[in-house]
Design a protein around this ligand. Structure first.
Ligand code: AMP
Length: 398
């Protein structure tokens, strides 16, 4: 079975065509600048060079049309016709309290996703456009929605409620939802497999450290707490997002700068995190690590502040689960940035674990960083959200 995995942003569309039998990625690519000048599709068939084609794409339906064109192209394509695409798996950011697992997309499901738009106004409408475009161009191909929030629906009330009047939860569903669920689910499962154990017998903390970043406590297979909240702004310090801060800062800054709360939130989303902490140097951890090594004090402080926050979350989840067996690092920074991992692991020594600096130099591979005799296992588990989406899609379609 060939599954097309689609991840739609407001002006972008990422895709992968995965053969579920062999779990091989047949091709992947990205449509950029949809609806704006200079739109282009970058397509990469497995084992071949990337090809970038600049083509006008007025909307996401155009983008999906080009994706199908590339996938079936006689030269760079990987299938003969649309008939060979058996299912589509869509990444959906917010499923609210309506979805605690992936579902086959029906008209009712589309309506329910629309009802969650309020909770993710930047993401869900774009995800829905992706669904509708595929529906238009491949009306007979079954589709599945896989939600970033679904894995966290097992959190207990004490973890998801905020300390604000309960009526706001009742009236507006303001609560912690958490994101990156597909990744936390995949990585915790894989971490248990690597240890030759069942996830149902373990306490695992997953640190998904990418441009967006979150930590999750997975207790006996269930997410019991996670650092992102109502939106993906809460929790860790990220590339450009502030993470946790005193909510009073919003009105204080709005007052000082003569801006609205929305404008301050925009600063917290786009100009903060390590980008803001490094005085605008970069949101990219490669740049920051190089600058820190070269003696840039702000870059150094940004990385230290970042790692300290990660370590604090790990500490609080050890308490939440009353213990921990595995701490897993994943995503761009978690998989590749030895500097950040080393800084975080320094805080973990009291747990009776430490990482081997030689193993920590390995990048982007499944590797156990701690000693076999350590009480807590530290490891790197590269995430694969697309594969997890494809697996769920196949499971539901079959
Ligand atoms: P993601 O959102 O998961 O793609 O992660 C993006 C972040 O991962 C960026 O801050 C990158 O600097 C970081 N990253 C990706 N590859 C590397 C690498 N080889 N070395 C260090 N950091 C990396």
């Amino acid at each position: 079975m060939n599954v097309l995995v689609i991840n739609c942003g407001s002006s972008s569309l990422k895709y992968q065509l995965i053969s579920s039998d062999t779990e091989e990625v047949l091709a992947k690519g990205l449509c950029e600048r949809i609806g704006i000048d200079g739109s282009a599709i970058t397509h990469q068939p497995e084992g071949k060079e990337k090809v970038k084609t600049e083509v006008p794409m007025a909307n996401h339906t155009d983008a999906v049309k080009y994706v199908i064109e590339k996938l079936t192209d006689p030269e760079v394509g990987v299938v003969k016709s649309l008939e060979e695409i058996d299912a589509v798996g869509h990444r959906i950011v917010h499923g609210g309290e309506k979805f605690n697992s992936s579902v086959v997309i029906t008209d009712e499901v589309i309506k329910a996703i629309e009802e969650c738009n309020d909770l993710a106004p930047l993401h869900n409408p774009a995800n829905l456009i992706g669904i509708n475009s595929c529906k238009e161009l491949m009306p007979n191909v079954p589709m599945v929605a896989v939600f970033d929030t679904a894995f966290h629906q097992t959190m207990p009330e004490k973890a998801y409620l905020y300390g604000i009047p309960y009526k706001y939860y009742e009236n507006y569903k303001i609560r912690r939802y958490g994101f990156h669920g597909t990744s936390h689910d995949y990585v915790s499962n894989r971490a248990a497999e690597i240890m030759g154990k069942s996830r149902d017998d373990l306490k695992i903390i997953v640190c998904h450290l990418g441009n967006g970043a979150s930590v999750t406590a997975v207790d006996h297979g269930k997410s019991v707490d996670t650092s992102m909240g109502l939106t993906p702004l809460e929790g860790l310090i990220m590339g450009t997002r502030s993470g946790d801060m005193d909510p009073a800062i919003i009105s204080f800054l709005a007052d000082k700068l003569g801006k609205t709360a929305d404008q301050i939130i925009n600063i917290c989303n786009k100009e903060s995190g390590v980008l803001g902490l490094s005085n605008g140097l970069s949101s990219d951890f490669r740049d920051l690590s190089i600058a820190a090594e070269g003696g840039d004090e702000r870059a150094k402080a940004a990385l230290e502040t970042y790692s300290y926050r990660v370590a604090k979350y790990i500490g609080s989840y050890v308490m939440a689960m009353k213990g921990v067996d595995i701490i897993a690092f994943t995503a761009g920074i978690g998989e590749n940035n030895a500097f950040v991992r080393a800084q975080v692991c320094e805080y973990l020594e009291w747990l009776g674990t430490s990482m081997d600096p030689e193993k920590n130099a390995i990048r982007g591979e499944e590797v156990i960083l701690s000693k076999t005799t350590d009480k807590v296992t530290i490891m790197i588990v590269p995430t694969d959200e697309e594969m997890a989406i494809a697996r769920d899609t196949v499971r539901l379609i079959k």
